[in-house]
Write a protein that binds this ligand. Sequence first.
Ligand code: SAH
Length: 348
Amino acid sequence: MRHLIDRLEKERRLEKEEWTALISAGADREYLFERADLARKKYYGRKVFTRGLIEFTNYCKNNCYYCGIRRDNRRVKRYRLTETEILDCCRQGYALGFRTFVLQGGEDGYFTDERLTRLIRTIKEGYPDCAVTLSVGEKPKESYLRFYEAGADRYLLRHETADETHYRRLHPGDMLLSRRKECLFWLREIGYQVGCGFMVGSPGQTAECLAEDMMFITKLDPQMVGIGPFIPHHETPFAQEPAGSVERTLYLIGLLRLLKPNLLIPATTALGTVDGQGRERGILAGANVVMPNLSPTGVRKQYELYDNKICTGDEAAECRSCLMRRMERIGFSIVTERGDPAGECRSL
Ligand code: SAH
C-alpha cells in the first residue's frame, strides 16, 4: 500500500477505488504515521492547539439513531446554560490559556438567531483575540450569515457520512444528507473556517463509505476534519452495536493529514474514551488539536452523546493541565494561540 500512501502525499487525492483498497487493507501503518508526522511538522511543528468546548444546551429537535441527546431520549435531563454561565466559561477558559471557544449544542429552538448573535457579539467584544466556533447544526443560510457578521469565525458540522444509503441507516427520514452537504458549502462560501467529519465504525459503515467520505472531504476542502470512533449510548436504537475501531480511526487520521497537510485535526474525546491513550495516539497519528471541556461540571454528565464519556467530573483547569501533561509526555506542547490553519505557501 506504500505506493498509494506516496501518491496521496504527492497528489493529495486518490480515486475512490484506491481509497477503498487503502482503507480496507489498513496496511503500512508505521510508514503512514511517519509520513503524516513529517507533514504535520512542516506546518505546525510540535504544537498542539486547544479549543475550549462549551456544551451550552442538550435540547435537540433531531432524532439521530446514534446520539445520546436525541429527541426521543426521555431519560436525559435537559439543560441550557444562561448567557452569564456561558460567559463565565469563557472567562475561566481565557485565564487558562484558551483562545478558541466552541459553542456546541443540540438543535435547540430556544437559541434563536437573535440570542445566538447577541452571545457571539458579547464574546467577541470581551475576547477580541479569540476565535468563536459554532457547532449548532443545520440552519438556513441567512442564519449562518448573521452569525458570521456577528463575529463567528468557524463552524463545525460533521457530515456524519457522505454515503446516501449509510446516511439513511443513521438518521430518521426527516433528515437529509443533501441538506447537510449544502449547509457545509454555504458555510465555506460565507467565509467560515469549516470543519466536517464523521464517526468511525458507525453501524453499517463499510470501507466504501469511508472512501466516499474521503472523496467528499477532497471536494469540500475544509480547514478542519473531526473524526472519532462511534460509541454506543444505552438509550439509543444503537445501544447494542459495537464501538468503532481505534486502529481504523488512527489510520484515517494519518490519511487525512496526508490529504491536506495543514488540516486542523482534533484527537477527539471519543478517541480518548475508547482508549486511555487515545488522544496521545491520535496526535502521534497526525492530529494537532485537542478540545477539552469548559462546560460547568454540574452539566457535564448531561451532555452524554455516548456512554462512559471521559472528563465529565473534572474542572476545566484540571482538564487542561491533564492534557498538557499528556502532550508533554509524547513530546508535544499545548500553546496559547487561536490556532488558525497554517498558510498553504509556507516554504517546506
Ligand atoms: N448538533 C450539532 C452537534 C452534534 S454533537 C450538530 O449537528 O453538528 C457532535 C458530534 O458528536 C456529532 O456530529 C457526532 O458525529 C458525534 N456523536 C454523536 N453521537 C455519537 C456517538 N454515539 N458516538 C460517537 N460520536 C457521536
